[in-house]
Design a protein around this ligand. Structure first.
Ligand SMILES: Cc1cc2nc3c(=O)[nH]c(=O)nc-3n(C[C@H](O)[C@H](O)[C@H](O)COP(=O)(O)O)c2cc1C
Length: 305
């Protein structure tokens, strides 16, 4: 049985609902030897800043039960090098979403403006949620007034489809989602990593040089499903679900909970072809159950009566 896999994520027309998550897939080309990137709905770049950044000192990652901790500190090549060197390395059919980060609202807006000038950038994902840089990130993602100002500024800076990536480290994800919708975001991505800490008992120091880090991987999947469900019920713009997706079944669960598309993150560290296999697996899952359009699964979670 043939399955229609196309979805519309806030104006981003995707051939299937599977993208790769920011920071876990480099700039795309690194993974081209392992999978045909044209099999994916799209790729989301590492978060880009106006100027290049070298990130935090090591150790920057550590294993956790059913996941990993990271505090990379937003190492990236910067917006200009991304446009000049990284985009041309990707085949024309690859849908590119540029993730953007800034220490201040104006930096975010300038980065969005510059990225929007590239015809290859199909959409922007504003990272309002990075939990381990000293300024920015966490403040924007956790404070509704700051979040509103940020979304308003980047909305003015770009006419491209605008996704805002939210922090899970908040009391009410529904409230933050509503702020994004009110300020003109086209879609919401969630979740980023959960703020976390682990300890090296021999030294009694945090495992990460930064102290705190972000937890990702299968450990966070049920938290992410809960937040996608809550956010998607609070707004009418689409939601892109992220968090612990390892299999096609995990991805289908996000659609059922209200996501229009998903992003695969930590799974790519275990298997660089994971995102492609998950996209193919969703088709198998649907065709075995007589589902002819993946989009028909969105928001179909049934309540207990
Ligand atoms: C090593 C690493 C680096 C990350 N860097 C970024 C980043 O630059 N920007 C961003 O928005 N999210 C970043 N994330 C968060 C992921 O995009 C994703 O939201 C999170 O890992 C949850 O998904 P997962 O459990 O599938 O990994 C990073 C995650 C990891 C593990």
């Amino acid at each position: 049985m043939s399955v229609d896999t196309s979805v519309d994520l806030g104006g981003l027309r995707l051939r299937n609902p599977v993208l790769t998550a920011s920071g876990t897939f480099g700039y795309g080309a690194e993974f081209a030897p392992f999978l045909d990137l044209r099999r994916l709905g799209g790729i989301v770049s590492k978060s880009l800043t106006l100027e290049p950044r070298s990130g935090n000192l090591p150790h920057r990652i550590a294993e956790a039960h059913a996941g990993m901790l990271n505090a990379i500190g937003l190492e990236n090549v910067g917006v200009d090098a991304f446009i000049r060197e990284k985009i041309p390395a990707l085949a024309a059919e690859v849908v590119i979403v540029a993730s953007v980060f800034g220490r201040e609202i104006d930096e975010y807006a300038q980065a969005c403006e510059r990225l929007s000038e590239s015809p290859r950038v199909a959409g922007l994902e504003v990272n309002a949620s990075c939990p381990h840089v000293r300024s920015g990130g966490i403040e924007f993602g956790q404070n509704p007034q700051l979040l509103a100002s940020l979304v308003r500024a980047v909305r003015r800076a770009s006419a491209k489809p605008l996704l805002v990536k939210l922090s899970p480290n908040v009391t009410s994800i529904a409230e933050m989602a509503k702020v994004c919708e009110a300020e003109g975001a086209d879609a919401i991505s969630l979740i980023n990593t959960l703020q976390a800490l682990d300890v090296d008992l021999e030294t009694r120091r945090p495992k990460l040089r930064n102290g705190l880090g972000g937890l990702s991987g299968p450990a966070i999947l049920p938290v992410a499903l809960r937040m996608v469900w809550q956010a998607s019920r609070a707004v009418s713009i689409p939601v892109c679900g992220i968090g612990g997706i390892m299999t096609a079944e995990d991805a289908v669960k996000f659609l059922v909970c209200g996501a229009t598309a998903v992003q695969v993150g930590t799974a790519s560290y275990l298997n660089p072809a994971a995102a492609g296999e998950i996209a193919d697996g969703m088709v198998d899952w649907a065709s075995r159950r007589g589902v002819s359009r993946l989009a028909d699964l969105i928001g179909t979670l049934q309540p207990w009566s």
